[in-house]
Design a protein around this ligand. Structure first.
Ligand SMILES: [Zn+2]
Ligand SMILES: [Zn+2]
Length: 356
């Protein structure tokens, strides 16, 4: 029964991908056959439209495919607690002992991010110390390296392994929509004003323009937002809650300047900026920071609770995996309605609750 339900969920999760693919296939037919072959009168115009259209479609579908297919970045073996330690940590009720177990486990790991109480971030579900910028995705059921969000439109986690492809997918999808809209607008107007008498073909061209404008408008803000995030070296999750460093929470902690931030995701070779080929720098586990970070083991436990004006409660367990705050975190990491609702209010409420 549980297996059937899981299978059902897995199938349903592919619906958005099937939907997007169907729209693109239909747009191919509407553009190439109905618009270019049957509607556009000039041969030269047909040829130019088709020559520009196909590379754009290939780049769009290629980056989309790579975003879907990329396996989410997995936490390396050395970040996992051994069975004995993880069992002890679960059983232990004494905070000091819990702290000691975590500190010992994190001793040789390359981490600078910590919880608000200055401890290594720990995932209770995966039983591992979270590498910097890593978060647990409740949809995927695992900790994902440099997790950005879980995107239903690609049925995958967007993170270290595919963030570049995701941004390219948004960019090429936007250009595709604008291109289709720009080249079909004059035929749209002529059909709309009652000229031309081909029945079905007319509807395909009318819809082609409508659909491309509609998707184009929604993509502008999404693509713009991810360009801004890339330029400031923040993930969607980090934009909502700043990573915590030795000096406290710092939303620009990983920022190496606009160009440096871009290169970190897109690589140094200009050719690779435009192609969906993996060129993201580093290993997804450790990242350069704006200020030099001291060795983690000696400095854990000494985080002042000052930073960007947010007062974090003193806690032993990382907010990500904590019972009281898990609800908000899960909501954030599922990539749900980010930015809607009163998140400040609810976090304030949760902080008050946790201080009781
Ligand atoms: Zn996890
Ligand atoms: Zn996920």
């Amino acid at each position: 029964m549980a297996n059937a339900l899981k299978l059902c969920c897995d199938v349903v999760r592919w619906f958005p991908v099937v939907f997007i693919t169907a729209i693109v296939l239909w747009s191919y037919y509407a553009y190439v056959v109905q618009l270019c072959a049957f509607t556009v009168p000039s041969i030269a115009e047909k040829v130019v439209y088709l020559i520009l259209y196909h590379p754009l479609l290939v780049l769009f579908m290629w980056s989309y495919g790579r975003t879907i297919m990329a396996a989410p970045g997995k936490v390396p073996r050395q970040f996992y607690l051994n069975k004995q330690d993880s069992d002890r940590l679960t059983r232990e009720t004494n905070e000091e002992v819990q702290k000691a177990i975590l500190m010992t486990a994190a001793k040789d790991l390359p981490i600078v991010n910590r919880t608000s109480s200055g401890l290594p971030r720990y995932c209770e579900k995966c039983k591992c110390i979270k590498p910097d910028r890593c978060h647990h995705c409740s949809v995927c059921g695992l900790c994902v390296l440099k997790m950005d969000h879980h995107c239903p439109w690609v049925n995958n986690c967007v993170g270290f392994t595919n963030y570049k492809f995701f941004v390219q997918f948004l960019g090429y999808a936007l250009i595709y929509c604008l291109y289709v809209a720009a080249t079909s607008v004059k035929y749209f107007i002529s059909f709309w004003s009652g000229h031309g008498n081909r029945d079905m073909g007319k509807f395909h061209v009318l819809f082609l323009f409508f659909v491309s404008i509609m998707f184009g408008i929604s993509l502008i803000s999404l693509f713009g937002y991810h360009c801004y995030l890339t330029a400031s070296n923040r993930s969607t999750l980090e934009a909502f809650r700043s990573p915590i460093f030795q000096s406290g929470p710092d939303k620009n902690g990983f920022s190496m300047g606009k160009y440096g931030n871009f290169v970190e995701v897109f690589g140094e070779s200009k050719k690779e900026w435009f192609l969906p080929i993996f060129s993201t720098q580093r290993d997804g586990v450790s990242f350069p920071t704006r200020t030099k970070q001291a060795n983690t083991y000696q400095t854990m436990g000494k985080t002042p609770s000052v930073g960007d004006g947010v007062n974090y409660p003193t806690r032993t367990v990382d907010l990500d995996s904590d019972g009281l705050l898990a609800e908000r975190q899960r909501w954030m990491e599922e990539g749900g309605e980010l930015g809607t609702g009163d998140s400040t209010g609810s976090s304030q409420q949760l902080i008050t609750m946790s201080q009781d």
